[in-house]
Design a protein around this ligand. Structure first.
Ligand code: MD6
Ligand code: FE
Length: 198
């Protein structure tokens, strides 16, 4: 499996609601926090993680770590429905060890970036979108190259693998009011990764 793969409507509304219920429990165990870039700017999204490793960012840099930066506790486990998605679409032998959870409230976006803090780029990154539709932008592996825009709606799954594993990508904006899934509105993006060394 290679490149950028979009699976529109991969999760039906029942599966989406079940995931939101799981996420409500995760947010209690691992509260959302606002990360800071190494340069000191706050992100517009709030984040948390599940899995044995979680992605964090602060003045010291971007990294994966086993503990929540505020509570100091280990992250809660990855819901089994997400493990099943990974096994079906990314790797049936090696499970993901990290799931980054991003919450987009009013006006939140995500600048163009590469996901490159993982030990082995041979594993793809699988993303699940929930709630309001996002305008996703994806380009090539060189910053400043040609990009295209793709809408990610609630229940869509996309995968960056193979030649697109290090493609630049980001979220230009979220279309508020486009979904009723999340109470209070907004969008949640989950990205499953194999972050740690073998
Ligand atoms: C988002 N997604 O959808 C941001 N990363 O909110 C990502 O940054 C992303 O969609 C790696 C692979 C797929 C993604
Ligand atoms: Fe990313």
């Amino acid at each position: 499996m290679n490149g950028f793969q979009l699976l529109p409507g991969r999760l039906d509304s029942e599966a989406q609601n079940d995931l939101v219920a799981e996420l409500d429990k995760i947010f209690m165990a691992a509260p959302l926090f606002t990360p800071i870039t190494p340069g000191g700017q706050p992100f517009s999204v709030r984040m948390t993680n599940c899995g044995s490793l979680g992605w964090v960012s602060d003045r010291a840099g971007y990294r994966y770590q086993a503990h929540h930066p505020v509570t100091g506790k280990t992250w809660p486990p990855i819901p089994s429905a997400l493990l099943d998605l990974w096994a079906e679409h990314v790797d049936a032998q090696v499970p993901p060890d990290a799931c980054l959870i991003n919450l987009y409230g009013q006006g939140a976006r995500m600048g163009l970036h590469q996901d490159r803090d993982e030990a082995d780029f041979g594993f793809g990154v699988l993303s699940v979108s929930l709630g309001d539709t996002a305008v996703f932008r994806i380009g090539g592996t060189v910053r400043g190259g040609k990009t295209r825009s793709v809408r990610l709606s609630s229940g869509d799954v996309c995968i960056l693998a193979g030649e697109d594993r290090l493609a630049f990508h980001g979220i230009d904006r979220v279309i508020s009011g486009s979904s009723q899934l999340i109470s209070g509105g907004g969008r949640i993006n989950l990205t499953l990764r194999k972050a740690g060394p073998p």
